[in-house]
Design a protein around this ligand. Structure first.
Ligand SMILES: C[S@@+](CC[C@H](N)C(=O)[O-])C[C@H]1O[C@@H](n2cnc3c(N)ncnc32)[C@H](O)[C@@H]1O
Length: 511
């Protein structure tokens, strides 16, 4: 373990994740739906940005000035390279939190994002983070923070302890973290095969452990193998953030806003009868067995009148960000899969299927003759956003100002797709955020940018890149060994890309 890492896993880089919750444009819908005013975000900061994909996308696609740090120098170098390629002006550093907190020249921030950090660092680092927020978050500013939560980890926490204890006792540091992970996973599997009484207390334990085996090793290293790992109750979190004068605003996970779909009527009423907001959230975590919270906190909550809320929410522009055929009228909620009403969603998707931004008011006015109400439009917009089918759109003027910057970032990302599938998002100046795009689609987009047009040309372009590196496609777990099979599969992908992805990507000004 490196000296600077303070027990944090540093010998394997983190995944190149993109997190919508770190996009400040998402705050507005969540806050207004909760009856709260929210700030315009001119300055933002991400603490522990990992590979820096989210920060870079948001810095390229919006007018917000972004700052951030991650003390892993390889990750920080990668993030800085991306910022430079885009020319976004993002100011990214490899400082540890304590150093960054004292860095001269940092502005005060309207938004601070801390995703996947809090549960994996020491109390000392948590105190540094809270003090930074206390000093640097503006009045009215918003904190987004995610963390492992109780009671969702109660039964599985001993397995995490076992994995790290195995690595410490049986794994030789010199053999590297991936070997330690493999050894610990094998050991855990052998243990559970013996039906220890611990696992019989909760049948979910064995299943959850089995799922670990399929996870990306970089993710497992950072999630499970740090010295620090502290799931926290919501009320304890409130106590931690109190010195920074933060109040809980609402969940950043839009589906948490609709308990009518998350729990039974009796459970909902039980919660509604708890007058203390903070205690109610704690109890809610028991109701849904919460494992991971994604929350907004605010320095100075301001409650708006219902009139102000409906006027402001009506002005939010939204756009479909996936082909409408991807929508299945279903959504995974806390209590299981829920069917979404065709009466509401069909006309809504029909209207938005031209992939043009519209305000929520405009949508509600158009759908009123179908019997769809304003609050149903808002609920649908939030749930569609939750499943990645829709996103808020920026003003046309901002879109045109950022288009050149996102184009440079996307060129960089598409260039990376030649070698591998690490980065699976590109930036849209329309949504100010990331759009999921797998490796082959990124390469098709690149090929089209280079003047290729038809299915054959696209498939051959991608195949020549794969073949030169001795790579082939894997379909349903089987490697395609023959060039002709690979090209045929790539043609199918290219056809789908031209019909379904490209119109959306063009509307989002990704291409
Ligand atoms: C689980 S990763 C999450 C990364 C990113 N936020 C994401 O979700 O993709 C935690 C990150 O925090 C960084 N980190 C941990 N302790 C830190 C510290 N004391 N100062 C700065 N960065 C730190 C690690 O290098 C790592 O990239």
């Amino acid at each position: 373990m490196a000296d600077w890492s303070a027990g944090y896993v540093a010998d394997i880089g983190y995944t190149h994740g993109y997190y919508h919750e770190l996009n400040p444009l998402r705050i507005k819908l969540a806050f207004l739906h909760s009856g709260l005013a929210c700030p315009d975000v001119g300055t933002a900061c991400e603490l522990g940005f990992g590979q820096g994909l989210s920060t870079n996308i948001h810095a390229a696609a919006t007018l917000t000035r972004w700052y951030g740090t991650d003390f892993n120098p390889s990750q920080a170098a990668q993030a800085c390279e991306m910022a430079e390629a885009a020319g976004s002006g993002a100011q990214l550093f490899d400082d540890a939190f304590a150093e960054f907190a004292n860095r001269p020249g940092l502005p005060d921030f309207d938004f601070i994002g801390v995703h996947g950090i809090w549960s994996w660092v020491s109390d000392e680092n948590r105190r540094t983070i809270v003090d930074f927020i206390r000093r640097k978050l503006k009045v009215g500013g918003v904190l987004y923070i995610s963390y492992n939560t109780q009671p969702g980890w109660a039964s599985f926490a001993p397995m995490r302890h076992l994995l790290t204890a195995h690595a410490a006792s049986q794994g030789a540091e010199g053999r590297g973290i991936v070997n330690q992970i493999e050894g610990a996973l094998t050991f855990g599997k052998e243990l559970l095969a013996l039906h220890p009484r611990y696992a019989s207390t909760d049948p979910g334990i064995a299943k959850r452990f089995e799922q670990l085996g399929a996870q990306n090793r970089s993710y497992l290293a950072h999630e499970y193998f740090n010295r620090d790992w502290h799931p926290m109750h919501f009320s304890t979190m409130g106590e931690w953030l109190d010195p920074a004068k933060l109040q809980y605003a609402c969940s950043a996970n839009y589906s948490d806003h609709f308990d009518n779909l998350n729990m039974s009527e009796e459970q909902k009423v039980f919660l509604q009868n708890i007058p203390d907001r903070m205690f109610r959230e704690t109890v809610r975590d028991f109701m849904v067995n919460q494992t991971f919270r994604r929350d907004y906190w605010v320095k100075g909550a301001r409650v708006l009148s219902p009139l102000e809320v409906s006027e402001l929410i009506g002005k939010i522009r939204v756009i479909l960000v996936k082909h409408r055929s991807a929508f299945t009228y279903q959504i995974q909620m806390d209590g299981g899969m829920v069917e979404l009403s065709e009466t509401i969603y069909r006309p809504l998707l029909d209207l938005l299927a031209d992939y043009q931004p519209r305000t929520l008011k405009e949508i509600a006015d158009t759908l009123a003759p179908h019997g769809v109400k304003f609050n149903q439009v808002i609920e649908a917009a939030m749930l569609l956003s939750r499943i990645g089918q829709l996103a808020a759109a920026q003003d046309a003027k901002v879109v045109s100002e950022r288009q050149a910057v996102t184009a440079r970032l996307n060129d960089y990302i598409e260039g990376k797709a030649r070698s591998g599938a690490d980065i699976s998002y590109v930036a849209s100046p329309v949504t100010g955020g990331g759009i999921m795009l797998g490796r082959f689609n990124a390469l098709f987009a690149k090929a089209i940018g280079e003047g290729l047009e038809d299915v054959d040309a696209l498939a051959n372009y991608v195949w020549s890149i794969l073949q030169a590196q001795g790579q082939c496609l894997i379909v349903k777990g089987e490697r395609l060994m023959e060039p002709a099979e690979n090209i045929a599969e790539l043609k199918r992908n290219a056809q789908d890309f031209l019909e379904k992805q490209m119109p959306v990507l063009r509307a989002l000004k990704v291409m």
